[in-house]
Design a protein around this ligand. Structure first.
Ligand code: G3I
Length: 300
């Protein structure tokens, strides 16, 4: 196949990108995105600060813009994200304790009701762990250690049809403390029947470091707990072709690795644009990393 989405679809997977609503008027951007990808994540537009700017007053205008753009082109959409320490609206940042707990529950219910039955997955909880595998101290964590399972139980009831994911970065290396911390949580959730369907590994790889040789072990270990895994926000410093090929290959080798999403279209669209981490250059040309990914998808 000659596009990323079609190549991934050959093995029943998807290949997605983050989309920013503010760029949908850029025809170079939309031409590439519409051609290459079959899954979309809103880069910022479905986050709590965007969707509930005032308590109890929801705003889905930018999120819907992306949802409509994607689905009109036959693409699916991942929801990102419902409960996170960052990008909370101001009113939420100032809450704590039981009022914050209730606000989180109300937020999940409000956003998920709007998108009920429409999305492929939700990143219900994002980035809740420290690098050593302990829980990140945040206002949400301050409401009680059970906040994550409350979020997932709320989400399951709000939309029983959508896949519910836990999403984080630096959980790609199997020997890393954070990876083990997240693994233990998923294991615990599965053993107690807390609803969870998938783990998103953001896969933001940084300079010089090679692809962790145990990356595939991480994917297969999570999958063995009975969840799908996905690479949800991929970018790689200087778009190392070997790392891009390796991470694609690792996903292809794990049956429950259901898809890969890169965190933007062109280097100039990236949150770390100075590192040229994506598959298209600023002019919209395919980079060598693009070919390495396409070949790995086609070989699967
Ligand atoms: O929209 C405002 C604009 O009105 C204002 O003029 C401008 C001035 O700074 O800011 C704009 O908002 C920015 C927003 O991106 C949209 O461009 C925010 O400042 C900026 O903080 C925000 O950054 C986003 C970041 O999450 C914030 O946490 C990035 O675009 C987005 O790529 C990034 O995505 C995260 C994932 O959600 C979670 N994993 C890590 C990943 C990378 O940080």
């Amino acid at each position: 196949a000659s596009t990323l989405g079609a190549a991934a679809a050959q093995s029943g997977r998807y290949f997605g990108t983050a989309i920013a609503a503010g760029r949908l008027g850029d025809s170079t951007y939309t031409t590439i995105a519409g051609r290459e990808f079959n899954m979309v994540t809103a880069e910022n537009e479905m986050k709590p600060d965007a969707t509930e700017p005032q308590r109890g007053q929801f705003n889905f205008s930018s999120g819907d813009q992306i949802y409509n753009w994607a689905t009109q082109r036959g693409m699916k959409v991942r929801g990102h994200t419902l409960a996170w320490h960052a990008q909370q609206p101001g009113w939420m940042q100032s809450l704590s304790g039981s009022s914050l707990r209730q606000a989180m529950i109300d937020h999940i219910n409000g956003v998920m009701a709007h998108y009920k039955g429409k999305l492929a997955a939700w990143d219900v909880v994002n980035e809740a762990f420290n690098e050593d595998g302990s829980r990140r101290q945040s206002n949400l964590q301050g409401t009680g250690n059970d906040w994550i399972e409350v979020a997932f139980r709320t989400a399951r009831t709000a939309d029983p049809s959508v896949k519910l994911c836990y999403n984080d970065y630096n959980i790609e290396n199997w020997s890393y403390g954070k990876t083990q911390g997240v693994y233990r949580m998923i294991q615990d959730f599965k053993s107690r029947g807390v609803p969870i369907d998938c783990v998103g590994l953001q896969t933001h790889f940084t300079g010089g470091s090679s692809l962790p040789s145990n990356f595939q072990t991480t994917l297969s270990s999570f999958a063995a707990l009975g969840v799908d895994v996905a690479l949800t926000e991929v970018d790689v410093t200087n778009a190392s072709t070997s790392q891009y090929a390796g991470l694609t290959q690792a996903c292809m080798n794990v049956p429950r690795c259901i898809g890969i999403t890169v965190w933007g279209v062109r280097d100039s669209d990236s949150w770390r644009s100075s590192e040229s981490p994506l598959l298209f250059d600023g002019g919209g040309n395919k980079k060598a990393a693009y070919t390495s990914v396409l070949n790995a998808l086609n070989a699967a």
